[in-house]
Design a protein around this ligand. Sequence first.
Ligand code: GLP
Length: 265
Amino acid sequence: MEIHIVTDAVERAGVVADVFVRTLQESVGSGTVLGLATGSSPVPAYTELIRRHREEGLSFAGVRAFLLDEYVGLPPGHEQSYHRFIRENFTSHVDIDDSAVLSPDGSAADPAAEAAAYDRRITEAGGVDLQILGIGSNGHIAFNEPGSSLASRTRVVGLTRRTIADNARFFENSEDVPVRALSQGLGTIREARRIVLTATGEGKAEAVAQLAEGAISARWPATSLQLHPDVTVVVDEAAASRLELADYYRYARGLEHSGPVAPHS
Ligand code: GLP
């Protein structure tokens, strides 16, 4: 895991956006498949990518995108649907066609069948080249709550009371927050070829510490990312505040800009 501890929102957005640009450049011509996440954490990176598109000619032509999750009961056009969120905060502002942005259909009559079909659609598209993730304060990624199988696939999940409370801020009334969601599984997410996870604030500090340094366990679902070979974690000082090895991560990032051996003193 490559851990970046950043000083402000601009630097955080820039480091995440750079991972997107590197992925787009590497898979040029073959139609990059992006895995997109909702929540507030990735928004500054989306804003930076929109800026680079407008001001620097960054193109997403040919890109297809798969969303991580969707609330059960909300159709794609619903105000609070994740599909609408991603269009409003990212894809409609760049050259990604609406029809190229796929999400599990929260209004499907048979949510379990929809989940399995969505998982297959990702595989049939050739898999995800880059998956961006946030993290829940309880260590969930997508909606894989504590207790999720580390090999889980896209499925219907029940949301914990803590997640419902955390997400209530996006709804007018907390009673309106759906209690179930369709979510890519931990096994599905780990099939992405590259992953970038970003988090901010003290409320995420314990989850981030577990993600990077905890024992791999269903108790903290994000720890399953320790089994992935290409994960970049971009966190601010507050979210990094419980990392025991923070000094090492800062030192290691510094070494990336130096030569192969230590300079003579
Ligand atoms: C929801 C989403 C997750 C997201 C999490 C954190 O639960 N399903 O994908 O990572 O919220 O959201 P935020 O970034 O707003 O803290």
